[in-house]
Ligand binder design. Structure first.
Ligand SMILES: Cc1cc2nc3c(=O)[nH]c(=O)nc-3n(C[C@H](O)[C@H](O)[C@H](O)COP(=O)(O)OP(=O)(O)OC[C@H]3O[C@@H](n4cnc5c(N)ncnc54)[C@H](O)[C@@H]3O)c2cc1C
Length: 503
């Protein structure tokens, strides 16, 4: 139980549970554990949450707005999708609990609704994902209505990128991510959790069990249970205690977004977004808090976690927000630049579960909707820590084999579609005599060559393929992982076969 006499500003030496990571996943879990009074809870994480995903998130509570043609195509992706559907129902209670701890002066729920627009820029990917969203809404019996895009408050794109169709989702909104994190932090301090404003350098083990964590300055906190929830840095931290673990690899999905003050024109009153497209979560604006508007977001898989922003991403977001959302954005005053790293796994599914070291639990890999799913995942993890049955499918355990959802041929096609969407959205210009089919062929050849060279028979998602295809380090990590897997199960080692991709 909680050690008496530990001041909340001091660093404790012992705890029942240490949660490493103070993003949405770590904080919601801590809140759930404190609610359940399961003992002393310590959360370790730097107060600036540098490079973290949660502090940069738009925090759309989106599940149907995020639908793609992939969402319901396989049993595994349907199970993943339904996490989002279930998570949605948790938010009214979450906000009731947190509102009293918020100091932002405006509601944590910045809008209860979303408009998804299908505009004339981009490519087929937008169209098919837009249709997939409508089918999913019907299948799950959720409310939606097709409206004239010109009726969306605040939405004033340039004429050449105007919307062709728009769907109103009255029950899918967004929260103020930074406000929610601050309220959670305040609530945790008030209810007895200990928040340590530092980073963990290494996990501490003794034979087959975890015994605690060592902070950057050498201070050790002993604990019987340690939960690693440091987002895109999780794999590296786990490896400080389990360096030869066969775990699904993960990569940082560096994203850029802006908070800006409107200086004129009609403000947005709902989330306005495109479907997911071109390797990313679509262009979107989230109104609030107050007179601010959040513009997001880029996504690029990178070798290392950092808080840098690519100049190309600044141009992308600024220019396309003006073109596709509201021409008045040009005179907005940017008050904050946000950069964060999404935890992206090789197979695109989260990593949630006990690791093969007694007392060590991993909670990460939530990619682009981890903020939304955090309260639901917290309930599941709290159950597991208490030795009770979990509340979600056990398929996400970190030591699984990568989940397969596509063939190599499908993977190459998806890669081509995403590249075409990116190509058209960014106004990329080829020689006039070049046709779309020729550009598609170019990307097809690149992807085919990649599989031939790698010799892997696991079909990657378009974002991982894009990354591994463009990064030597990325390609090596992917190849090495499959090589180990293949060696482990006695099948032909990836990368050492005939060089022919098996399609
Ligand atoms: C630009 C952008 C937009 C997004 N938009 C949305 C959205 O609209 N809706 C949605 O649901 N999701 C969104 N996401 C995804 C979502 O933010 C993530 O899935 C989720 O926040 C991940 O939370 P986390 O707690 O696992 O990781 P993080 O938020 O990354 O938190 C990890 C924390 O651990 C800390 N840390 C790192 N190393 C250590 C260490 N060694 N010791 C202690 N602490 C450490 C970090 O500082 C950080 O605070 C977005 C992400 C980005 C980047």
């Amino acid at each position: 139980m909680r050690k008496e006499g530990v001041s909340k500003t001091e660093r404790p030496t012992q705890a029942d549970v240490v949660i490493v990571g103070n993003g949405a996943l770590g904080l919601f879990l801590a809140d759930e554990l404190v609610e359940r009074r399961i003992g002393s809870v310590v959360v370790v994480g730097p107060s600036d949450r540098e490079a973290g995903a949660s502090q940069a998130a738009g925090a759309m509570l989106g599940c149907f707005g995020e639908t793609t043609t992939e969402s319901l195509r396989t049993d595994a992706s349907r199970t993943r999708f339904e996490l989002g559907v279930a998570a949605h129902d948790r938010w009214p209670d979450v906000l009731d609990r947190l509102e009293g701890y918020s100091r932002t002066g405006s509601p944590l729920m910045v809008t209860p609704e979303t408009h998804v627009v299908l505009n004339s820029i981009g490519a087929d990917l937008d169209t098919v994902n837009f249709s997939a969203m409508i089918e999913a809404l019907d299948e799950y019996g959720k409310p939606w209505e097709e409206i004239d895009p010109r009726e969306i408050p605040g939405f004033r794109p340039r004429l050449d990128t105007r919307a062709l169709r728009a769907v109103h989702l009255p029950a899918e909104g967004a929260v103020d991510a930074r406000g929610v994190l601050a309220a959670l932090d305040a609530r945790l301090r008030a209810t007895g959790a200990i928040m340590v404003d530092q980073t963990v350098r290494t996990l501490v083990r003794n034979d087959g069990e975890i015994t605690g964590v060592e902070l950057d300055d050498g201070h050790v906190i002993e604990a019987g249970t340690v939960v690693v929830a440091v987002g895109a840095r999780s794999e590296a931290l786990v490896r400080t205690a389990l360096d030869d673990l066969d775990m699904v690899p993960s990569f940082p999905g560096l994203g850029f977004a802006m908070l800006a003050r409107r200086t004129g024109g009609e403000p947005f009153r709902s989330v306005v977004r495109t479907p997911n497209r071109g390797f990313a979560c679509g262009l979107h604006v989230v109104p609030g808090p107050g007179d601010l508007e959040y513009y997001g977001a880029t996504n690029r898989l990178v070798d290392h976690v950092s808080s840098v922003t690519w100049m190309a991403d600044v141009r992308f977001l600024a220019q396309y927000s003006m073109q596709q959302l509201d021409e008045r954005v040009a005179s907005h005053e940017v008050t904050r630049w946000l950069a964060g790293n999404r935890p992206v796994t090789l197979d695109g599914f989260p990593l949630i579960g006990w690791l093969p070291l007694a007392g060590l639990y991993l909670l990460t890999g939530t990619y682009r909707d981890g903020f939304h799913c955090a309260p639901l995942l917290a309930e599941h993890v709290a159950n597991e820590l208490q030795g009770k049955p979990g509340t979600i499918d056990p398929m996400f355990k970190p030591t699984r084999r990568p989940i397969e959802t596509r063939t190599i041929e499908w993977s190459i096609n998806e890669y081509v579609e995403h590249n075409l969407a990116g190509w058209f959205e960014t106004g990329a210009e080829a020689a006039p005599q070049m046709t779309t089919a020729q550009i598609a062929d170019y990307y097809r050849v690149m992807a085919t060559k990649f599989y031939d060279t790698m010799g892997i028979d696991y079909a990657l998602g378009p974002d991982i393929l894009w990354y591994a295809q463009g990064s030597l380090l990325g390609a090596r990590r992917v190849a090495r992982y499959f090589h180990r897997l293949a060696g482990g199960n006695g099948s032909q080692p990836a990368g050492t076969a005939t060089g022919e991709a098996r399609r």
